[in-house]
Design a protein around this ligand. Structure first.
Ligand SMILES: Cc1cc2nc3c(=O)[nH]c(=O)nc-3n(C[C@H](O)[C@H](O)[C@H](O)COP(=O)(O)O)c2cc1C
Length: 371
C-alpha cells in the first residue's frame, strides 16, 4: 500500500507529523540535471509558512528546508531527492483538551475509528503541516519545469472568502503578492481584511475559493481514459486538507450552460497553432491539454478548530463540550494557495514526463549530451 505517495513518474512521498521533530518529502523520478538549491525551494515555502500575517496561524515556524540527498554541485542526480523541514515551534500543551475529545469537523474521530491510536498534538499526520512538504516538492517540480517547459507559469490566488467574491473585472496579476490573501483584486482584499478580522477576534473561521492557473501548458498532456490530466489534477487538489470541492474550467456551472455557449470555438492561429474563442473547458478536452490555460478551482471549508463552544463526545463515548484553543488559521484558504500551486506543478511535470515516456518530444533539456 502506498497511501503517502502521489504522482506516476515524478513520485512524491511525504512523511512526518505536526509535532514530531521534522517532516518532509522524498521525491523519486526527478530528471537529472535540474538546477536546484535550498534557497530556490525556500522561496515557495516562505509563501505558505505560518505567522506571516494576523490572518494566519501564529505558530512560528521558519519552515527552513534542507536538501539531504539527490543533488550534486547544485543539480539533481536522478536519484531520490530527500527534503526535510524541522518543526521548531510545537506547543503540545495547547492540545490537552482534544486528547480525550473529538473536534467536530476535524479528522480526530475518523483517525480514532480507523487506527485506534491518534497523535492528538496538532492532529498528527492529519495536520496541514504536511502541506509544507508538498510545497517543497512543488518547488523542485517548478525547477524541472523551468528546464522542460520554460514558458510555463503557475499562479494561484483566492477568488472568494466566505460569501464575498472578488470582481474579475478588477483582476490585476501584480496585486496577488501585495496583500495577505493572494487576492488579485485590491478592493476585495481590503474588504476581506475587515471581515476576517471580525471573525478572527470572535474566535470563528470561514471558508474560501482558490483558483490555480497554469499558462503556456503544452498541448497533448494527459490521456483519454484513466490517465486524464483533469483526473490527476482533481485528485491532487482534493488531497489538500480541508478541500471539499474541485472544478476544472466551468466546473459545476457547466450544468447551467447550453452546448452552444459551452463549446469553445476553434480557429487557426497565425503561428499554425489552433486558437479558441473561449476557455470553458479549462484547458483540457478528453483528458488531454489543449494548450490553453489549465484552470482549476477548489473550495476550502472553514477551519474546524474554533473558539466557539461545540457539542462533541469523548473517546469513551460521553457527551462533552469543546472549545479548541491553540493557534489556528481563521481561513485556511489563504495558505492553501501556495499548496494548490505546488500540486499543479507536480501534476503538470508528471504528465510532461509521461508524455516523454510514451510519445517522446521533451520540450527542453535538463542534462548534458555525450558527443
Ligand atoms: C494550509 C492549511 C492550514 C490549515 N490549518 C488548520 C488549522 O490551523 N486548524 C484546523 O483545525 N485545521 C486546519 N486546516 C484544515 C485541517 O487540516 C483539515 O480540516 C483536517 O485535516 C480534516 O481534513 P478534511 O477537512 O479534509 O476533512 C488547514 C488546512 C490547510 C490546507
Amino acid at each position: 500500500m502506498s497511501m503517502n505517495s502521489f504522482g506516476h513518474l515524478f513520485r512524491v512521498t511525504t512523511w512526518g507529523e505536526s509535532h514530531g521533530p521534522a517532516l518532509g518529502a522524498t521525491v523519486d523520478g526527478c530528471p537529472p540535471g535540474v538546477t536546484i538549491d535550498e534557497a530556490m525551494l525556500q522561496h515557495w515555502l516562505d509563501r505558505r509558512k505560518p505567522g506571516t500575517s494576523k490572518y494566519t496561524t501564529q505558530r512560528r515556524e521558519a519552515d527552513a528546508v534542507k536538501i539531504l540527498s539527490g543533488t550534486f554541485e547544485g543539480r539533481t542526480t536522478g536519484t531520490p531527492v530527500q527534503l526535510m523541514i524541522e518543526n521548531t515551534d510545537q506547543r503540545s500543551k495547547d492540545y490537552g483538551d482534544i486528547m480525550e475529545k473529538f473536534r467536530p469537523g476535524h479528522a480526530d474521530i475518523t483517525y480514532w475509528q480507523k487506527y485506534g491510536i491518534r497523535d492528538y498534538r496538532g492532529g498528527g499526520r492529519s495536520s496541514a503541516r504536511e502541506t509544507a512538504a508538498r510545497v517543497a516538492a512543488g518547488g523542485l517540480a517548478r525547477a524541472a519545469l523551468a528546464a522542460l517547459a520554460p514558458k510555463l507559469e503557475i499562479r494561484g490566488y483566492m477568488t472568494q472568502i466566505g460569501p464575498y467574491k472578488m470582481d474579475h473585472d478588477r483582476f490585476e496579476d501584480v496585486q496577488i503578492d501585495q496583500n495577505p490573501f493572494f487576492c488579485p483584486d485590491a478592493q476585495a482584499a481590503e474588504d476581506w481584511a475587515g471581515y476576517l478580522d471580525g471573525l478572527r477576534k470572535s474566535g470563528n473561521s470561514v471558508g474560501a475559493v482558490v483558483e490555480v492557473v497554469a499558462r503556456n501548458v503544452p498541448a497533448g498532456l494527459g490521456a483519454p481514459v484513466y490517465g486524464k490530466l483533469d483526473t490527476d489534477l482533481a485528485a491532487a487538489m482534493m488531497s489538500i486538507n480541508a478541500v471539499k470541492g474541485v472544478e476544472i474550467g466551468e466546473g459545476m456551472n457547466a450544468a447551467t450552460l447550453t452546448g452552444e455557449d459551452n463549446a469553445d470555438e476553434i480557429f487557426m492561429g497565425n503561428d499554425g497553432q489552433p486558437v479558441y474563442s473561449s476557455n470553458h473547458a479549462g484547458g483540457i478536452l478528453g483528458g488531454i491539454s489543449t494548450g490553453q490555460d489549465v484552470v482549476v478551482r477548489f473550495a476550502v471549508k472553514p477551519t474546524s478548530s474554533i473558539l466557539k463552544t461545540r457539542q462533541t463526545i469523548t473517546k469513551s463515548g460521553e457527551a462533552a463540550e469543546i472549545i479548541t484553543k491553540g493557534r489556528h488559521d481563521p481561513c485556511v484558504g489563504i495558505r492553501a494557495v501556495p499548496v494548490g500551486e505546488a500540486m499543479m506543478a507536480c501534476v503538470i511535470l508528471d504528465h510532461i514526463l509521461l508524455q516523454r515516456g510514451q510519445i517522446g518530444g521533451a520540450v527542453g533539456e535538463t542534462r548534458g549530451k555525450i558527443g
